[in-house]
Design a protein around this ligand. Sequence first.
Ligand code: C2O
Ligand code: CU
Length: 522
Amino acid sequence: MESTGSRKGAPYYHIEMAPGTHEHHPDIPDTPIWGYKGPNDDEGKYPGKTIEATQNQRLKVEFSNDPLPETHLLTDSVDTAVHGTKPEDYEDRYPDWVSQFEAFGGTFAFPEVRTVTHAHGVHVESASDGLPEQWQSPGGIEGPQFQKAVYDYPNRQSPATLWYHDHALGITRLNVYAGLAGFYLIRGRSDRRLGLPSGDQEIPLLFQDRMFHENGRYKYPAEFAPEFAGDVSVVNGKAWPTFVVQPRQYRFRLLNGSNGRFFDISLENENDGEVPTIYQIGTDLGFLQDVVPIGSGQDTTSLLLGPAERADVIVDFSEYAGDTLTVKNDAGFPFVSPDADNNDGGGLPELAQFRVADTDPETPVVDPTTLKLPGPETFREEATKTTRQMSLETTTLNGLDTHLLGEEGGRAGGEHWNDPVLTKPQIGTTEVWEITNNTPDSHPIHLHLVDFQVIGRGPDGTEPPEPTERGNKDTVNVYGGETVRIISRFGEFSGRYVWHCHILEHEDQEMMRPYEVIQGNS
Ligand code: C2O
Ligand code: CU
């Protein structure tokens, strides 16, 4: 993404949300999309261009959605039974604010199009977080928590693979599906010190799924359903793409940006059994403690990524000149756990292909087996001030299949979005959250603001974390029926944030809760 100047000494970006047209595949008619539009773009781009930040260097980003129409791209799928889509849903908490709407005697219709951009994984003040009620409409109406249009990202955190995407209450699933997602990379000295593959040997890969109508338009159910899976694999906006790589080493930044699908990734060689090992060096928010070799014959045979999870990996194609390697997916849909018997790819067993050019191989840039990773920031369990019992629940609300988050001190069966804030970590303290999944399926649970580490999982939360998640995380898969224990420090900013399931259909319909970092004792 190109910056548009500077403000108060910080690079300044003006990014608009705008309609665009996108080709996913030569055999699919062009698709109308909504995308992020930079200063040099003539329309919205999907995926959004990558924002490249530098550790400890502040960025200012102004997001606006003036170019969007007042009718949603997926207007037939806008279901007003979903929470947050009508003024009544805000009435309890914002009685004055709702009085501007017709239903309450005011003059304005409640806007169908609402967007707000969240940079997923950034440590940021609440006013710049892109919270679900900080939305704006292209008609000029501002959500009840809207505070500012120019966001402030200090980037005081480890180099990592982050992303930005839409987060508006009750309509995130449709906004992200329409195309509102892109990478946000934070680079730093540790990347350079490791001497990792860079330039055209460093490639971000955004894995998603879509469905299409014959005319190329996106297809999405008209009525709210708590689970959505597309039947077409789309990587960086291309349907079942073939990527011609050179016989050399690459660094890939993988992101699962799908609404609800999990991907369990491995490679398969069309010619013979041999495939390169995938060396994972990083997870959501930075480098792992130890490099994890992934592939057949290794302890870890595939790379599981739930919605919103990232992996930083190194793959060396130098011994595969002329070969074609398929990126396979074994995760079932809905995803239950790595050991479940429905792990057959969920109708999408192949995601993409690498075709390795038949040219002279190049010596690998680094030897991943001897890399000394800087490793994650660790949290001291002895320093824990508060341990909270949280849970994941199912219910029916407003006639919809709904998932809820249960919080300590709350009501039985789980909290609603509008219930009072119960979770108030004190700034500067360490907490352990024990998240028990009382539903049969896996949920990717995301906390805004903080890094956390997984310290236990399994039926009673005492099994070790997966090797692939032994780093700083912001999203963790809580498998069906298990308890996951995470530890985090609420360090820098106070104020309102959220935690939620990153299956967008769950998040949109109540599987999200505000929490508040407070000064002093709760
Ligand atoms: Cu990626 Cu609260 O979101
Ligand atoms: Cu969920």
